[in-house]
Write a protein that binds this ligand. Structure first.
Ligand SMILES: NC(=O)c1ccc[n+]([C@@H]2O[C@H](COP(=O)([O-])OP(=O)(O)OC[C@H]3O[C@@H](n4cnc5c(N)ncnc54)[C@H](OP(=O)(O)O)[C@@H]3O)[C@@H](O)[C@H]2O)c1
Length: 346
């Protein structure tokens, strides 16, 4: 059978180039065309030597393909995604441009009007583990943000079981690749190295999609979510510590309660190829380069608070890897195809 022809819009950013790297080992697709504003006309391997095994010239526009990954900064993906869909290509958008269902929310958080709001209804939120059936039928998937991926997977089991109060805190630490390749002052080496800083204290753009998706798991309660991101001097990875009070009487007291929570999480994610409930608190390095989300649920017995630690590689499970996981479902391939790699460690 002929391979499926795939295109990447914006291979010059960290996410686009990571999609290219991962697709190189996919047995059923051919990376046929890539675009990139600043690299137009250059050989991909000359512009990005780590991709020199891929023999392609970077173009201004995609050639005709069957499947598209769009990885432009937010606000820039709407027109090319709509164009790809109209030409019959299934598409995964990796930005925030199709994640929110409500165009007014998009305008509020992204500070621009959405130019194709009808597509917001159609787009499936591609957190694969929670929306697998819809993803498999979708023509357009909105790949989740890197922070929401770990955060939502971390609290989904407890919320769905009605174990926690609706007041939730996500405390996240991200490596600097999360901010992309475009140069900014706060990701400058002298600003980011040997330094830790909190940012977006008045609300990060990933907050509304966290609320939108978590609310679906607990439709009877009105969630109150605090999300506080931090920048950490490392290249890849996000560690999110999640906190929520356990409802009275829902789990046993003491260590028995910890075991019950752990069993709930193991059952919820049983058979999931990319979510592991681990027995010690995970570290970001244990996910580098892999499509894994590592979760460690426990209970602070003194305060009866659920604590879940989640680790992902922001560029893989938080971006390119999850996008390929979704592509596999959309094209009827095994979900793990081309993604079956271990983390790079140390
Ligand atoms: N980084 C992550 O961890 C992560 C994870 C999940 C999702 N995402 C999302 O994925 C998308 C790409 O993120 P990224 O981290 O790859 O960004 P990035 O590394 O900063 O790349 C942005 C690239 O886009 C190009 N660009 C900027 N404005 C453009 C425009 N108007 N038209 C064409 N090209 C333009 C720039 O290329 P030139 O100026 O060189 O042409 C730059 O190389 C974003 O929407 C982001 O939110 C990122």
């Amino acid at each position: 059978m002929a391979k499926v022809k795939v295109g990447i819009i914006n291979v010059t950013g960290y996410i686009g180039m990571e999609v290219a790297r991962l697709l190189y080992q996919h047995p059923k697709v051919e990376l046929a065309t890539v675009t990139g504003r600043s690299a137009k006309g250059q050989k991909l391997g000359e512009f990005l030597p780590h991709l020199s095994g891929i023999d392609l010239t970077v173009k201004a526009d995609l050639d005709k393909v069957d499947f598209v990954f769009s990885a432009l900064p937010h606000g820039e993906n709407v027109a090319p995604v709509v164009a790809a869909l109209e030409k019959g290509a299934k598409t995964v958008d990796l930005s925030g441009d199709f994640r929110l269902k409500d165009a007014a929310e998009y305008r509020k958080w992204y500070k621009i009007a959405h130019s194709a709001p009808d597509y917001l209804k159609e787009a499936v939120y591609g957190l694969t583990e929670l929306n697998r059936e819809q993803v498999a039928k979708a023509r357009l998937v909105a790949n989740p943000g890197c922070y929401p991926t770990g955060a939502i997977l971390a609290l989904a089991p407890a919320l769905k079981e009605g174990l926690i109060e609706p007041d939730i805190i996500f405390d996240s630490k991200s490596g600097v690749s999360g901010a992309g390749r475009t140069l900014t002052l706060n990701t400058h080496y002298a600003e980011a190295a040997e330094n830790v800083s909190a940012y977006a204290l008045d609300g990060h753009r990933h907050l509304p999609e966290m609320v939108q998706e978590l609310q679906k798991l607990a439709p009877k309660s009105k969630l109150s979510v605090t999300f506080l991101p931090h920048l950490i001097p490392m290249t890849r990875g996000i560690l999110t510590s999640c906190y929520a009070a356990l409802k009275a009487g829902k789990v046993s007291e003491g260590d028995k309660g910890k075991q019950e929570i752990r069993k709930l999480y193991q059952d919820f994610y049983h058979g999931e190829p990319f979510v592991r409930v681990v027995s010690v608190p995970p570290q970001t390095k244990q996910t580098w380069g892999s499509n894994l989300c590592l979760l460690y649920p426990t209970v602070d017995i003194r305060t009866n608070r659920l604590i879940v630690i989640a680790c992902i590689d922001n560029l893989v499970k938080g971006g390119a890897g999850q996008a390929i996981q979704n592509m596999n479902l959309m094209l009827g391939f095994p979900e793990t195809m081309g993604l079956d790699m271990l983390a790079v460690y140390p």
